[in-house]
Design a protein around this ligand. Structure first.
Ligand SMILES: C[S@@+](CC[C@H](N)C(=O)[O-])C[C@H]1O[C@@H](n2cnc3c(N)ncnc32)[C@H](O)[C@@H]1O
Length: 275
């Protein structure tokens, strides 16, 4: 496959808006600076629904993790984990299944420092700084290997992480390498914003991020992937019902998925690796 250029280390500069900290601001966190808040306000002028979408994204994550814990999964790798917020993966997993092990992965040193301070415990939870564009290095990280047994089922969580990988071939490579590395009975879960429903919002945000040089260490697509593109990322996995759907509908109890999908232009799904 094509070789993709390596990312420059992100470093830390509070005067340049940063994707993880903008997201933190949108979910009501405090780990952000004036430049992040200003960029977030610009983003909100293009898509005022962003905070609601972020909250729905976290609710989707919670339902998926509970579902997987209920299916016996005890090991989780949260790739592109973002700054700690309410309802982190290990809290959900360990409440459902005490002893579950969770490794958080992000390439942003600020995220990693905060997450280590708040989330790490020697026995069950680790935070590693690694680039998901190199899935083999993520899985080969010594700290991950000390907690996660790849011979037993693992859930790889890619919640709103592939959104920042503009190259389709690379996104498929990332999912494919994780899929190949996990044991049968493991899962890959994806949440992804899509352009189908509000193309003007996703194009507007891409322009904005380009023009305001949000530090994400990547180029933005002109448009986000479509729902069909996201379905394609589950190649080689068996989609758990209801498949790839608008996230308020995934795992929702009857009558709960009343949100208009046009306001939550994100889809998600869970794929199982069969024997
Ligand atoms: C939109 S946030 C999603 C946070 C969280 N997964 C959630 O759903 O709430 C995307 C995260 O991906 C991280 N990220 C971006 N590029 C990455 C890369 N190449 N490798 C690892 N993490 C990356 C960012 O630092 C950011 O924290």
């Amino acid at each position: 496959m094509t070789r993709f250029p390596k990312l420059e280390p992100l470093g830390f500069d509070p005067t340049i808006p940063n994707q993880a900290r903008i997201y933190d601001y949108l979910v009501g966190g405090k780990d952000n600076f004036a430049a992040d808040r200003e960029a977030a306000r610009w983003a909100l002028s293009v898509a005022p629904e962003l905070p609601m979408m972020c909250r729905e994204g976290r609710r989707f994550l919670e339902r998926v993790v509970r579902h997987l814990a209920g299916r016996g999964v005890r090991q989780f790798v949260d790739v592109g984990c973002g700054l700690p917020t309410q309802g982190n993966v290990h809290e959900i997993a360990q409440a459902a299944a005490p002893g579950s092990r969770v490794v958080y992965v992000d390439n942003d040193p600020v995220v990693v420092t905060h997450a280590r301070a708040l989330l790490e415990d020697e026995e069950h939870t680790a935070v590693i700084e690694a680039d998901m564009r190199e899935p083999d290095q993520v899985l080969g990280h010594p700290r991950l290997k000390s907690l996660i047994d790849l011979g037993s089922p693992v859930a790889i969580l890619l919640f709103f992480a592939l959104d920042v990988i503009p190259e389709d071939e690379l996104a498929s490579h990332i999912v494919g390498r994780f899929r190949d590395a996990i044991a049968p009975g493991g899962y890959v879960a994806i949440g992804h914003t899509v352009s189908d429903l509000r193309p003007e919002a996703t194009a507007g945000l891409a322009d904005l991020y380009q023009s305001r040089s949000v530090v994400t260490g990547h180029a933005h697509r002109e448009q986000q992937r479509t729902k069909a593109d996201v379905e394609g990322l589950f190649d080689g996995l068996s989609l758990v019902p209801p498949g790839v759907v608008y996230i308020p509908a995934w795992g929702a109890d009857a009558g709960q998925d009343t949100l208009d999908p046009r306001a939550i232009w994100s889809v998600g799904g869970v794929g199982r690796k069969d024997a």
